[in-house]
Design a protein around this ligand. Structure first.
Ligand SMILES: C[S@@+](CC[C@H](N)C(=O)[O-])C[C@H]1O[C@@H](n2cnc3c(N)ncnc32)[C@H](O)[C@@H]1O
Length: 234
């Protein structure tokens, strides 16, 4: 099994994790982005939903509160962020399963989820781990299931281009600025891959994507499922 121990925490430095929630609330259009991401997923009772890279659990909690009939799971590499999430979930009295682990090697069986969310997480992953994560999301989604991503996207106007040009070397944003995220999703087997909406923020453009795992049980999908999955790769 491939080991994934290194990761970039929520606000780049571990000591900033405790300030993540208030800073996101004050500095970022967080509530609009998260509400938009949940709305585009059209959640239904009985669905099984994963928030990959759930961090402090704001989106995870919102998913459960939006659709109480869904079974909701949150996964993150950072136990500090997860303990903040656990406290918030406990205070809200919700039943959500949190797990420590890597999004690039998901600890779930094939075809487990109807929806997977990845909010502001993929720009924390190297190109290789982004591709692994998308392959893993494809593997653990049920046929017809959907991946919903909020993350840095390609700039489409001069101001966003200028900001992107500055932030592109920060963390692992460069591929996003080049518009490669939807390409990686399509490479993992998702079809269609759609950019649903784009937000202009002080940190650069944030795009919301919807990527569907084809419902067909054809051999191309089965071959892709088999070739992906970090546990099988050894
Ligand atoms: C900017 S935070 C986003 C948190 C949350 N999804 C949100 O929208 O507020 C990015 C999160 O990704 C997590 N992360 C980084 N690499 C990861 C990996 N390989 N697997 C799972 N989580 C990871 C970090 O620990 C952090 O909590």
């Amino acid at each position: 099994m491939k080991k994934h121990f290194r990761y970039i925490p929520a606000f780049h430095f571990h000591w900033l994790t405790r300030y993540y929630d208030p800073m996101m609330r004050w500095l970022f259009p967080e509530s609009g982005i998260k509400a938009g991401l949940i709305a585009q997923a059209r959640l239904q009772p009985g669905q099984v939903v994963l928030d990959a890279g759930c961090g402090t659990g704001t989106l995870t909690l919102l998913i459960k509160q939006t659709e109480p009939g869904a079974a909701v799971y949150g996964l993150d590499m950072d136990f500090r962020a997860l303990s903040i999430a656990q406290e918030k979930i406990g205070k809200a009295g919700e039943n959500i399963t949190l797990q420590l682990g890597s999004a690039a090697c998901l600890p779930y069986p094939d075809k487990s989820f109807d929806r997977i969310f990845a909010s502001l997480m993929l720009h924390h992953l190297t190109r290789q781990d982004k591709q692994l994560m998308l392959g893993e999301a494809f593997r653990v989604l049920k046929p017809g299931g959907e991946l919903h991503v909020a993350d840095f996207g390609a700039p489409h106007d001069a101001v966003m281009w200028l900001i992107s040009w500055i932030v592109r070397w920060f963390e692992e944003i460069h591929d996003h600025v080049l518009g490669l995220l939807p390409v990686f999703m399509a490479d993992a087997g998702f079809d269609p891959v759609q950019e649903m909406v784009r937000y202009r923020t002080f940190a650069g453009p944030i795009a919301l994507y919807r990527a569907k795992k084809p419902a067909g049980n054809d051999s191309a999908v089965r071959i892709r499922e088999k070739s992906q999955g970090c546990l099988q790769r050894g």
